[in-house]
Write a protein that binds this ligand. Structure first.
Ligand code: BES
Ligand code: MN
Ligand code: ZN
Length: 493
């Protein structure tokens, strides 16, 4: 869909030609091709466009330019970061939707960024900015229906091959982000545990990924007491979806990815308050990120690392057979847990998924993603994902991947003091550690099930939706985590 060429952009005809502009040191604006320079100079002289970041200006060219519209987008003083380009790309994507463009060309000048990064981030921003979930809007007027770009052409003035490589990376990553958003946007009734299973099986038919799905029978056989307990109050069956990609290298590391696939969280018997409960359809965003990342891994087929994805999935409902506060449950690991609060259900899913994945795939590193605690929103707001880890090296790797992707993470501590808060009088552990440090005690609970394996836990409760407002992140679910996981796999040493 995106082509890259060195042709003259001024000769391009189509719906919109977007030019990303960097103002010169003296504030003047400059593009190489003379026809375009005339328009840019006019826009600058009028005072309507100075080239600062976030600014844009749309105009309708005369007969000297074959494109229907010309859009100038400001990049500000010599942009150096991948995120700045992503943001500019997102703005172009939004403007293209405003005018219902189907064909788009993009060009730029004077950017202090490698051409591959330029292609990658511009593509990501553009495609992620072109997102709308309108599946359930049945009675909108034709002129309100979203129109998406069909053909995009990039015109770098040099390093066409590097730009093209970047574009391919960006396309895969953006698709994964959008896939995760699509899953999340489905309501609890539209995306159940079964849908995770269907998606996983679909991957195994179109890519070199094997998919195993545990239903009630297998969950019982494996003594997955956590997943079964959370599912007790539900009408539908719980599923554990296990995806495995094996690379050609014999001695490669295995990376285990685990995502919380809680398709609707009512809180169970410890019922949540009504206000805002509808947002709990997003409680499967960790699972969505892992599934979408696995889809990308199936496409890219990395040569240097095996990747296993495990998504435990169910809703959390207060049906007549639901698990009750005070109940003591078993787990795959053999440890027993006193359920103090049935709303602390995510950790009960993850404990079985982590223990199973580690025992059966012997990974050299584990990353889990979960909308695990409201407390992380109090601590970090909607701007950073909370990271907790037992391994500094892995924590640094994930932090690096997140910052390359515009998905920043902030590390919180772990330690004995926090683990002590989980001591139970009647079982090996209890599932809540009291009010103080709710995000950390949730992670401390998970830590009991990972042993010595290097592990990172990402609490995405604040960033999975209502994430920092950005041109390429719409309202609603952000798709967070999918691109960070893909980046982590791509850069796995
Ligand atoms: N899914 C919620 C966490 C959550 C809350 C995510 C708000 C996004 C927004 C999780 O299952 C939960 O209910 N956690 C409880 C834990 C508590 C009972 C220890 C919470 O955070 O209140
Ligand atoms: Mn809950
Ligand atoms: Zn939950």
């Amino acid at each position: 869909m995106i082509t890259v060429s060195k042709k003259k952009m001024s000769a391009w005809s189509g719906d919109m030609l977007a030019v990303l502009v960097v103002p010169q040191a003296d504030g003047s604006l400059h593009i190489e091709e003379p026809v375009l320079q005339t328009y840019l100079a006019k826009a600058g002289k009028s005072g309507d466009f100075s080239g600062k970041a976030g600014q844009s200006f749309l105009l309708y060219p005369d007969d000297d330019l074959p494109c229907r519209r010309l859009l100038f987008v400001g990049l500000g003083d010599k942009p150096k970061s991948r995120e700045e380009i992503r943001l500019a790309g997102g703005l172009v994507g939004q403007k293209a939707m405003d005018i219902k463009a189907v064909t788009l060309a993009v060009a730029w000048s004077d950017v202090d960024l490698a051409m591959q990064d330029m292609g990658e981030c511009c593509t990501e921003g553009l495609l992620l900015g072109q997102y709308r979930f309108s599946k359930y809007k049945k009675s909108i007027a034709d002129d309100e229906k979203p129109v998406f770009l069909k053909k995009i052409s990039f015109f770098p003035h040099e390093a066409v091959a590097a730009c093209r490589r970047g574009v391919r990376l960006g396309e895969v990553a953006a698709r994964a982000g959008k896939t995760a958003r699509d899953m999340a946007n489905e309501p609890g009734s539209g995306w159940t545990a079964e849908e995770f299973a269907v998606f996983g099986r679909g991957l195994s038919t179109k890519s070199p990924i094997t998919c195993t799905v545990f239903g009630t029978r297998e969950l019982r056989r494996h003594k997955m007491g956590g997943v079964l307990a959370v599912n007790q109050g539900s009408e539908g069956e719980a599923k554990m979806v296990i995806l495995s990609y094996r690379c050609p290298r014999q001695d490669a590391d295995t990376l285990l990815l685990v995502g919380k696939g809680l398709t609707f969280d009512s809180g169970g018997i410890s019922l949540k308050p009504g206000a805002g409960m509808e947002d709990m359809k997003y409680d499967m965003c960790g699972g969505a990120a892992v599934m979408a990342a696995m889809a990308a891994i199936g496409e890219e087929q990395p040569e240097h690392v095996n990747v296993v994805g495990v998504v435990p999935a169910t809703d959390n409902m207060p049906g007549p057979a639901a698990v009750k506060p005070g109940d003591i449950i078993s787990s795959y690991s053999g440890k027993t847990i006193e359920v103090i609060n049935t709303d602390a259900e995510g950790r009960l899913l993850l404990m079985d998924a982590l223990a199973y994945g580690i025992k059966n795939f012997k990974p050299s590193a584990v990353v889990d993603l979960a909308t695990l605690t409201g407390a992380v929103i109090i601590g970090l707001g909607h701007h950073y994902t909370g990271l907790m880890s037992n391994d500094d090296g892995l924590a640094a790797k994930v932090q690096e991947a997140g910052s390359r992707c515009g998905e920043p993470v902030w590390r919180l501590p772990l330690g004995e003091e926090y683990s002590k808060q989980l001591k139970s009088e009647v079982a090996d552990l209890k599932n809540v550690g009291g009010k103080p440090a709710g995000t950390i005690t949730a992670a401390a609970f998970l830590q009991e099930f990972v042993g010595e394996t290097p592990w990172v836990h990402l609490d995405i409760a604040g960033t999975a939706w209502n994430f920092t407002e950005k041109s390429y992140v719409p309202k609603g679910p952000s798709g967070i985590g999918a691109r960070t996981l893909i980046d982590l796999v791509r850069n796995w040493a």
